[in-house]
Design a protein around this ligand. Structure first.
Ligand code: NDP
Length: 243
């Protein structure tokens, strides 16, 4: 199926990687359902592409009800969903000893339950369609544990395990799964770090060698725009000079 005929739902479309991916797909005339909490940012994307087939919906991925509302919007509008891109995430990293339990809970709720909510909402639909594609933004932090990032890494290791499970269990329903693991990308994600020392250190390294969101968006579009027989199941995209 050509990309312009695909119905693509993006959770976490309002900034950074999700926003860049939405814009690339809008340029390719895909049928887009964009979701996030900041409706004004989604409206700005829609306004930038007045000719494009874009529907927006405010949603918090930690709420299964919100996620099902987004999926229902896609189904009511187009009658099918070809791609779900689970991209929403936060990264309030800090040393374990600081025991920031509230931030740990938020990371687990958004980074892990948010992905699971998306999967739960679309798998029955895609299984019935006998086609579909679920993509999740993981991280290099889903492959390697970094100092002061144990919980964030834990969430991203979990996403990788969950998505591999989706691949194993849903391939017989002709559902593709893609895990995209970026290295450092210059986005608003770094604003979610409340620990001053960690924030300053990561901001510096990101400025020194970080990718831009469009680098990851182009990899996501590549994974979406593959023949039915071909699934890009795992992709690591690092800045060339990242240690
Ligand atoms: P941004 O902060 O720019 O984007 C995060 C997106 O997630 C926003 O659209 C935000 O929308 C959305 N989001 C956050 N919480 C929720 C929620 N509760 N419900 C719905 N949407 C939510 O950062 P990035 O583009 O960098 O992050 C995108 C993904 O990439 C994340 O999963 C992140 O972990 C991952 N990643 C990023 C890397 C980087 O270096 N930047 C490296 C590796 C992975 P809103 O606030 O409007 O709800």
């Amino acid at each position: 199926m050509a990309i312009k005929d695909k119905v693509i739902v993006i959770m976490g479309a309002s900034s950074g990687i999700g926003e860049a991916t939405s814009k690339f797909l809008a340029e390719k005339d895909a049928k887009l359902i964009l979701a996030a909490r900041r409706l004004d940012r989604l409206e700005a994307i829609k306004e930038e592409f007045p000719e494009a087939d874009i529907h927006i919906q405010q949603a918090d991925v930690t709420s299964f009800e919100d996620v099902t509302t987004v999926v229902k919007l896609a189904m009511d509008t187009y009658g099918r969903i070809d791609v779900l891109y689970n991209n929403a995430g936060i990264m309030p990293t800090a040393p374990i000893a600081e025991a920031r339990r509230d931030e740990w809970q938020k990371m687990l709720d958004i980074n892990v339950m948010g992905v699971l909510n998306g999967i739960a909402a679309v798998v029955p639909i895609m299984a019935e369609q006998k086609s579909g594609h679920i993509i999740a933004t993981d991280s290099v932090a889903g492959h390697v544990v970094y100092p002061d990032s144990a919980v964030y890494c834990g969430t991203k290791f979990a996403v990788r395990a969950i998505m591999e499970g989706v691949r194993q269990e849903q391939r017989e329903n002709n559902i593709k799964s893609t895990i995209i693991s970026p290295g450092a990308v210059a986005t608003e994600l770094y604003k979610t770090i409340s620990d001053k020392n960690v924030s300053e250190a990561l901001h510096e390294s990101q400025k020194e060698w970080g990718l831009v969101s469009e680098d990851i968006a182009s990899a996501v579009v590549f994974a979406i725009d593959t023949p039915d027989r071909m699934a890009v199941s795992d992709m690591i995209v690092r800045p060339t000079t990242q240690p």
